[in-house]
Design a protein. Structure first.
Length: 149
């Protein structure tokens, strides 16, 4: 398995883990809400129930965001390679590896530091469509593209 495939698998696992965690939290909140409805403590009960509902909405929004990230990841074919930077490209730069996919942050795969960035991020927008040897300047930092997978 090549490095790009390993990185792709790592980030896909990160997304799946986040989905599982958020679904578990939502299930626990639902159960807490069900227990809360059995109470008859008046204002205190209503406040606790309202807080639970707000928390559920926040977690549902987070879950939707992660499901969107999963959809982006599942559209990527890590076996494909292009001569230009496209969604799904693994780019080796003078500043490290960038994986163009969705904003999933830093990771270490096979002792190599990599950052998953969105093509919609400022750096992602600047680097999309670039080729080996191109340089991209953002925030007084120059990223020289050494290779693209």
């Amino acid at each position: 398995m090549n490095l790009k495939q390993k990185i792709y698998n790592h980030y896909l696992r990160v997304v799946h883990d986040r989905i599982s965690m958020l679904q578990k939290i939502l299930d626990e909140l639902k159960e807490s809400g069900a227990n809360e409805t059995k109470s008859t403590a008046g204002d205190k009960h209503e406040t606790a129930l309202a807080m639970l509902q707000i928390e559920q909405e926040n977690k549902r929004a987070q879950l939707q965001e992660v499901l969107n990230q999963q959809a982006v990841m599942e559209k990527i074919d890590p076996s494909l390679s292009a001569s230009l930077v496209v969604n799904g490209s693994l780019i080796k730069t003078n500043k490290g590896y960038l994986f163009i996919s969705t904003a999933l942050g830093k990771a270490v795969v096979d002792e190599i530091n990599v950052i998953a960035i969105s093509p919609k991020s400022p750096l992602g927008q600047m680097i999309m469509g670039s080729k080996e040897g191109d340089a991209v300047l953002i925030n007084q930092t120059t990223y020289l593209i050494e290779s693209i997978e």
